[in-house]
Design a protein around this ligand. Structure first.
Ligand SMILES: [Zn+2]
Length: 490
């Protein structure tokens, strides 16, 4: 579901997936122009509610581009986050729609009511209802045709409410959608629940509209979010972390005090030693750390885009999700949605399938092979079945090749009839030859099913067994054909 896209706006094109750095219009640490030059930032986000409070109608005259002295694409957020943090905002939903039409950002957001993770089901249903009513009302109020509008999805931890919210807002005239209130989940490393939230929303939103994950900004979780189909992120984390002396990496966060070295190749970390960085005045250090954090953020986004293009996004996700056990929880939770995800995964990819751990068995390529074998495959009518587990030392000679059907046993795919072995990814994969329990189970399960279905039509079943590698599992799985089975040890 991860994709590289082009978002066209009146102020230029934006390549997705990308992060919109949050610009606080009253306290600019790094200017948008510097961000564009140094990090390749294409789209920034600023808060229309804060802008209204600080600049009022003055900004309406100059427009948001004038107020921020930036001529690139700008998105505005509406104050929903302030509701989540402080309970309420002093502006009406109508006012904030009209104000955004007046300041004319490229993308604007209605004033939604974030559900949060503390909400009871009643309260959550109410936030979904109010957000939806405001979304409908905003469609009527909108007057600036150049502004693209973002319709938020709410519902929090209640999947049926998230589904309803996504379905309903997806029917309205919006060009992109934000998935609401994941911030507390992100802060608490609750990645399994984040996966439920995002996947539920994505299953019910129109897939052609970009999806924005509100408030997500740590490079360690981008890969997991992108593989679920998130295209946009926004965050002030780069500067909030910098103020706190926190140093981002794609594997996690470090406090400057905990470090003995700077584990990074960005210009800041090459130019400064750790000691020098600790000694610079606070203001300057915040700026330097913010720059490092943005370098790491955009470096990871480029890596993800490259992985999408070359077909290795899953490998990248599996790698990143090994940085923290909670991220691994997220990856494992994704298993529940594997049939849905399979529908979006390309049938062929330019790169080989790498098995990198037991989660690989749930990847779309494996799910698809098994599904299609069940639904679309019929073995040829030959009397002898020869089962060859891969990684044998030498292929045995066939005694009666014209009467023998050759089937390879390939973890994690399972049964691979020889007629199919050049089909992607069966002709293009790398798996560890030292088998783990999941690899063995993936083969024994499918060979069992295959023999249940077709075992009756063969006169003889020959199993070449390598007991040192496979133990007794293959023989056990083949026993159901009874007397017909002949086991030959490698
Ligand atoms: Zn760095």
């Amino acid at each position: 579901m991860g994709r590289v896209g082009k978002l066209s706006t009146p102020h230029g094109d934006v390549t997705t997936p990308t992060l919109m750095p949050v610009i606080d219009s009253s306290d600019v640490i790094l200017s948008p122009n510097q961000m564009r030059r140094e990090f390749g930032v294409e789209l920034i986000i600023t808060n229309a509610y804060l802008m209204l409070r600080h600049f009022g109608e003055e900004a309406a005259k100059r427009g948001v581009h004038g107020a921020l002295s930036y001529d690139g694409p700008i998105m505005t957020d509406s104050g929903g986050y302030q509701i989540l943090r402080y309970g309420d905002v002093e502006v009406s939903p109508e006012e904030i729609v009209r104000y955004q039409d007046a300041i004319a950002p490229d993308i604007a957001t209605i004033l939604d009511v974030p559900t949060g993770v503390q909400a009871t089901k009643e309260r959550a249903a109410e936030t979904v209802q109010i957000t939806l009513e405001r979304a409908k009302q905003a469609v009527e109020l909108r007057s600036n045709p150049k502004v693209v509008w973002c319709g938020p999805v709410q519902g929090g931890l209640f999947s049926e409410l998230v589904a309803q919210s996504a379905r309903e807002v997806g029917k309205l005239d919006y060009q992109l959608h934000a998935i609401g209130s994941p911030v507390e989940l992100l802060e608490g490393y609750r990645y399994a629940e984040l996966v439920d939230l995002v996947m539920t929303a994505k299953q019910h939103l129109p897939p052609d509209r970009p999806a924005h994950l509100f408030g997500a900004g740590h490079p360690m979780m981008f890969a997991l979010a992108v593989v679920m189909g998130c295209d946009l992120f926004d965050s002030a984390a780069y500067v909030i972390y910098a103020r706190d002396g926190r140093y981002m990496t794609s594997e996690g966060t470090f406090h400057l005090e905990e470090l003995s070295y700077l584990p990074c190749e960005c210009p800041v970390c090459v130019q400064y030693s750790l000691d020098e960085l600790r000694r610079v005045p606070q203001d300057e250090r915040v700026k330097l750390l913010a720059r490092h954090n943005l370098h790491v953020t955009f470096g990871e986004l480029r890596r993800i885009r490259q992985a999408i293009v070359e077909g290795s996004l899953w490998e990248h996700v599996e790698l990143r999700c090994r940085a923290h056990p909670r991220l691994l929880d997220g990856l494992r939770r994704l298993t529940r949605y594997r049939d849905f995800i399979e529908r979006f995964d390309p049938v062929t990819k330019p790169s080989a399938f790498y098995y990198l751990g037991e989660e690989s068995v749930n990847r779309p390529e494996v799910v698809r092979h098994r599904k299609r074998l069940e639904e679309r495959y019929e073995p040829p009518k030959l009397p002898i079945l020869m089962l060859l587990p891969v990684f044998g030392r030498e292929w045995p000679k066939l005694e009666e090749p014209e009467r023998t059907h050759l089937v390879k046993l390939v973890p994690p795919f399972g049964v691979v009839p020889e007629e199919l072995e050049e089909v992607y990814p069966l002709g293009q994969f790398q798996v560890p030859h030292e088998l783990d329990a999941v690899q063995i189970k993936s083969v024994t399960e499918t060979i069992s099913r295959f023999l249940e279905r077709y075992g009756g039509r063969y006169e003889r079943v020959l199993l070449f067994n390598d007991e040192r590698r496979w133990g007794k599992s293959l023989v056990e799985a083949c026993k159901k054909v009874g007397e017909k089975l002949k086991v030959i040890q490698f």
